[in-house]
Write a protein that binds this ligand. Structure first.
Ligand SMILES: C[S@@+](CC[C@H](N)C(=O)[O-])C[C@H]1O[C@@H](n2cnc3c(N)ncnc32)[C@H](O)[C@@H]1O
Length: 228
């Protein structure tokens, strides 16, 4: 079997954590230097696609839908959102690491069909937490896949997103009956109950990394009730 070949590397802003992009034939992987396993692998994106499907299923018929995707990665979640929403939608993808956006505009982009180049996509270079604080509008869906799960591994600042304060902000930024989905490598009952305390109706869904096989990931599906 061919070996993984390093292609590019970069540092996560505000940290000394190194992200490395590697390639093996047509497959790509993004890893954190010095840690086992992949942060992302282009062969396994079933749960990243499901993150979009669970949040955006009802948005196809909604005019001018606004969707926020936290974390571009390899673009699979963004591509799955774009497949679901209509032509008038605006899909904002917040990405902390400028090189990840460059990789998606280059070689890596073909993995998910170059979703950053879609006319409905707007790239926000920076922390999704800052965007949530600054953006004046509301969203029809908010999707977060910025870390390994609610215990923030790649970026210490991500703790806020999973805290009562961060989740309350997400609740406020959603229109009634809209959904936030949060990707996690594992189930987390405390996190699910935190979402419920804020007022969300919550389901924890288990999704495999590939259809019918591979690791089991958890997607928290948090729906804002009507009239809130
Ligand atoms: C696991 S990957 C996302 C994978 C993506 N769902 C996909 O389909 O390819 C996580 C991404 O989130 C980015 N990230 C981490 N913390 C972030 C933050 N606070 N704001 C925006 N992006 C962040 C990382 O640089 C990385 O590109």
């Amino acid at each position: 079997m061919d070996r993984w070949i390093p292609v590019e590397s970069t540092t996560i802003p505000g940290s000394d954590i190194e992200l490395c992009l590697s390639r093996r034939n047509d497959d790509f992987a993004i890893r954190i230097a010095g840690q086992p396993g992949d942060l992302m692998n282009s062969r396994m994106h079933h749960s990243e696609d499901a993150l979009a499907e669970f949040a955006c299923a009802r948005l196809g018929g909604i005019e001018n839908a606004r969707v926020l995707v936290g974390g571009l990665g390899m673009g699979f979640t963004l591509a799955a959102v774009l497949e679901t929403v209509g032509a008038s939608a605006e899909v904002i993808v917040a990405e902390l690491v400028p090189a990840v956006v460059e990789w998606n505009r280059g070689l890596l982009g073909r993995c998910a069909g170059r979703p950053v180049e879609d006319d409905r996509t707007r790239v926000y270079l920076g922390d999704v937490a800052d965007l949530l604080q600054q953006d004046p509008g509301k969203f029809d869906a908010i999707l977060l896949d910025v870390d390994n799960g609610p215990e923030a591994m790649t970026h210490a600042g991500n703790q806020w997103l999973y805290s009562m304060a961060g989740l309350t902000k997400i609740f406020d930024k959603l229109r009634p009956e809209s959904i936030a989905t949060i990707w996690s490598a594992r189930a987390d009952r405390l996190f699910a109950s935190r979402l419920k305390k804020i007022g969300f109706n919550v389901q924890s869904r288990t999704v495999r990394s590939r259809p019918g096989k591979g690791s089991r990931h958890t997607i928290f599906v948090a729906k804002k009730p009507c009239g809130e």
